[in-house]
Design a protein around this ligand. Structure first.
Ligand SMILES: C[C@H](CCC[C@@H](C)[C@H]1CC[C@H]2[C@@H]3[C@H](O)C[C@@H]4C[C@H](O)CC[C@]4(C)[C@H]3C[C@H](O)[C@]12C)C(=O)SCCNC(=O)CCNC(=O)[C@H](O)C(C)(C)COP(=O)(O)OP(=O)(O)OC[C@H]1O[C@@H](n2cnc3c(N)ncnc32)[C@H](O)[C@@H]1OP(=O)(O)O
Length: 390
């Protein structure tokens, strides 16, 4: 007799409709799915392959929203769902007749999440943009980069994912929590400019501490300080040094084989370039592994700079199971944080093909075989399993 283990996750029972987007909304949908929500991604009928690399655990229905019948199907799905996430430019949903007024009127419990660059109001609301534009507008990009160089965007992490996908997820979770008391849904308006700025609150609120008085790249935490920097090792790899507090700094100096009485003072700003050169010369004399042997187990705040592959196979990360391997052999980070009773249980199956679940989803929502066939014939829906399912 097989034993079936049903794992209850934090978001089990929550149904989410995700309109396919580029990067931030797919991340939001993946988090919700990792933690147990049933996420249905609405793809276009005229695209063959998905650009969603964060489709883990999602279902896909292909729907033509340019046809009134397609809009009607989406409305129907939203009637019996908890969350809708939309990634379009302001006004696109309203133009389709799928704005919050319509959908919340039909399902007052719906959480209607909108994730855009500039938010739903203001003169930039309708402007196109990408991560780099949003962090530029948040003020943060001006702070990022090395001395005497142009500002530098740290991949598309800050706006798309930290200030966008994650902040939107937080808004959805808070709205779901609030709904347990009021019984009502609401609109979650996530602007990636604001989300990124909010993530950077420490920067704003630490200005009076003098942390940012120097030019970009010449401050304590922006690669100005020698004890908060990366250094090249003799094998062409790198070490990350973050020894800010005096006791950790002293361990660093000891580990490097230096004598602090012969060096400028740690916080002597004007000596930082000289001190950096000393550290760089010393660190270049050994391999990364040799340095790790010296610093592992010491409170010097020194770690290797690992590649993605090295991170996945580092003993500490392996001990915690920080990375997962899917059925295709792909390695990716395990969902965070770790909940003690109801942890995430990410799907290890391959991501959905566009329209892979169109038929099963429509059947689940009450459409008959004949309805589905007619919608298919009139180009309102598309399916990758057309033949096998009809
Ligand atoms: C830096 C990042 C972006 C990185 C993304 C990259 C990882 C990927 C970008 C391109 C990909 C490559 C490319 O696709 C080619 C290959 C494809 C292949 O399959 C895979 C390999 C590829 C090389 C592929 C590889 C990668 O995936 C890429 C390189 C970011 O910053 S993302 C953040 C962007 N900003 C936002 O999301 C903010 C909010 N959104 C917007 O401001 C706009 O949506 C945006 C992004 C500016 C785009 O504007 P656009 O004019 O294109 O669209 P909208 O005005 O929003 O209107 C959408 C229209 O579409 C209609 N519609 C939507 N769904 C449906 C449907 N189901 N049926 C019918 N129609 C639909 C909707 O009605 C709108 O129509 P209208 O224009 O008529 O109103």
């Amino acid at each position: 007799m097989p034993i079936y283990l049903f794992i209850v996750m934090a978001l089990s029972g929550i149904r989410v409709i995700e309109l396919a987007g580029l990067a931030p909304v797919p991340f939001c949908g993946m988090i919700l799915s990792d933690f147990g929500a049933k996420v249905i991604r609405i793809d276009r009928t005229n695209t063959v392959s998905s650009v969603d690399v964060q489709g883990r655990g999602k279902l896909s229905a292909a729907l033509n929203l340019k046809k009134p019948e397609g809009v009607a199907v989406l409305k129907n799905l939203c009637l019996r769902s908890d969350v809708l996430i939309e990634p379009f430019r302001k006004g696109v949903m309203e133009k389709l007749g799928l704005g919050p007024l319509e959908l919340l009127n039909e399902n007052p419990r719906l959480i209607y999440a909108r994730l855009t660059g500039f938010g739903q109001s203001g003169s930039y609301a309708k402007a196109a943009g990408h991560d780099i534009n949003y962090i530029a507008m948040s003020g943060l990009l001006s702070m990022l980069g090395r001395a005497h160089e142009n500002p530098y965007a740290p991949l598309n992490l800050l706006a798309d994912f930290a200030g966008g996908g994650l902040i939107c997820t937080m808004g959805i979770i808070m709205a779901l929590l609030e709904r347990t008391k009021s019984g009502k849904g609401q609109v979650v308006d996530t602007s990636m400019v604001e989300g990124a700025a909010y993530v950077g609150s420490f920067i704003w609120k630490s200005q009076n501490l003098g942390l940012w008085n120097n030019l970009r790249g010449e401050n304590l935490l922006d690669s100005g300080a020698p004890f908060y920097e990366t250094y090249k090792t003799s094998d062409g790899k790198y070490l990350a040094v973050g020894a800010i507090e005096p006791q950790f700094y002293e361990e660093l100096i000891k580990g490097l084989g230096l004598d602090s009485t012969q060096l400028p003072l740690q916080m002597s700003n004007s000596d930082w370039p000289q001190l950096k050169k000393i550290f760089a010369d010393v660190i270049a004399s050994k391999t990364q592994e040799e340095w790790c042997k010296i610093f592992d187990g010491k409170d010097a705040c020194v770690t290797p700079v690992l590649s993605l592959d090295e991170a996945a196979s580092h003993p500490h990360n392996k001990e915690r199971g920080s990375f997962i391997v899917d059925s295709q052999g792909g390695i990716s980070p395990r969902p965070a944080p770790l909940l003690s009773r109801t942890p995430a249980n990410p799907s290890l199956n391959s991501d959905p093909l566009i329209g892979e679940h169109t038929v099963s989803i429509l059947s689940e929502f009450g459409y008959s075989q004949e309805d589905i066939e007619n919608l298919m014939l009139s180009g309102v829906i598309a399916s990758n399993k057309t033949k096998s399912n009809l």
